[in-house]
Design a protein around this ligand. Structure first.
Ligand code: NDP
Length: 311
């Protein structure tokens, strides 16, 4: 078993992890970043990114993340394309392990992100990026004057529906009950927006489309009132049924809220000394690449102060 010692270990390599890595490396902490199961994070499953500052033209999500990881490496962060399966936060310094390596570290920045929940339909994965999305902010632009469905009844679904009306000509919100879970103020906005209509007591049971080019054409909807199936013609479907923070590893080890997000104080402090959180793993409000990057920066600056204070 290989043993690697570091002052700072960053878990996750999305915008939060990479930004933390860049700041920590530049302040001489010699950090290591463990890239996790999806190096680069959620942006690697989107196409064009137009809302990350610094790019005159749209940048591909996977390219942006590859560049961020390279930037972190170029300024001195050691990256490992590995995952951690075990973590000991009871003994200091902390240890993180997988089958090959034990990482022993004085501080940790957790930037393991979140994963969108999906419906679990057969064609959902096939059409992802070709009409199926879980991020209106990322992809709404591609549905100018098109007809789209949003699935879900929470804040995310309603916000996504509202955002989509800036581009799409028609937005149909499909919800499994006859009442939205979203906050009243958002509901009011949605109900008064004449581009949005509602399909209540309904669930999506299939996504239908063309093979070549791969494009969504319609969704099959089941009514939960009489079980009848109908076809709704749409160009896109936005799944907004919630996100799941990637915190399984920290259960019973760090404070999590009832949805599984890490609880932080003062933006990035977890309940254990020297352990910080950055990005979607604790932030359920903004969930943007640029805000995650901001949290990564804050976490690295606090980690630096923490390590300095131990000298
Ligand atoms: P929520 O868990 O609040 O809502 C998920 C929605 O999806 C619910 O309406 C739920 O239905 C529906 N749903 C869940 N699973 C399925 C399924 N398998 N099939 C069909 N429908 C399903 O998630 P959100 O992402 O909307 O919000 C997460 C958290 O983030 C919340 O605390 C929210 O308040 C917060 N948030 C805050 C924002 C803000 O303050 N501006 C913006 C966005 C999110 P049902 O209602 O029947 O359970």
């Amino acid at each position: 078993m290989k043993k690697i010692n570091s002052k700072l270990t960053i878990l996750g390599s999305g915008p939060a992890g990479c930004t933390a890595a860049i700041y920590a490396a530049r302040s001489g902490l010699n950090p290591i970043m463990i890239n996790g199961s999806q190096p680069g994070g959620q942006l690697t499953i989107t196409t064009d990114v137009e809302n990350y500052p610094g790019f005159e033209d749209p940048v591909l999500g996977p390219d942006l993340m590859q560049n961020m990881i390279k930037q972190a490496e170029n300024v001195g962060c050691h990256t490992y394309n590995e995952q951690i399966s075990e973590i000991n936060l009871e003994q200091y310094p902390y240890t993180l392990k997988n089958n090959n390596t034990t990482f022993i570290t004085e501080s940790i920045i957790i930037a393991t992100g979140a994963s969108a929940k999906w419906l679990g339909l057969k064609n959902e994965e096939k059409f992802r990026g070709h009409g199926v999305s879980a991020c209106a902010t990322c992809d709404a632009f591609f549905f100018k004057n098109k007809k789209v469905a949003v699935i879900g009844g929470g804040n995310t679904a309603v916000e996504e529906a509202l955002f989509l009306t800036k581009f799409a000509k028609e937005v149909i919100l499909v919800h499994r009950r006859d009442q939205l879970r979203a906050e009243k103020i958002l509901q009011k906005r949605a109900f008064s927006n004449n581009k949005i209509s509602f399909l209540w007591n309904s669930v999506v049971v299939d996504i239908n489309g063309n093979e070549n080019p791969k494009l969504v054409k319609s969704i099959s909807i089941q009514s939960l009132k009489d079980n009848s199936i109908s076809i709704l013609d749409v160009d896109g479907i936005f799944v907004a049924i919630g996100h799941k923070p990637n915190t399984d590893l920290f259960m019973n080890k760090l404070e999590l809220d009832n949805e599984g997000y890490l609880i932080v104080n003062n933006q990035v402090f977890t309940n254990k000394k020297g352990i910080f959180a950055a990005g979607d793993v604790h932030d359920k409000t903004f969930r943007q690449a640029v805000t995650a990057a901001g949290f990564g920066c804050m976490a690295a600056l606090e980690a630096e102060k923490f390590i300095e204070s131990k000298k």
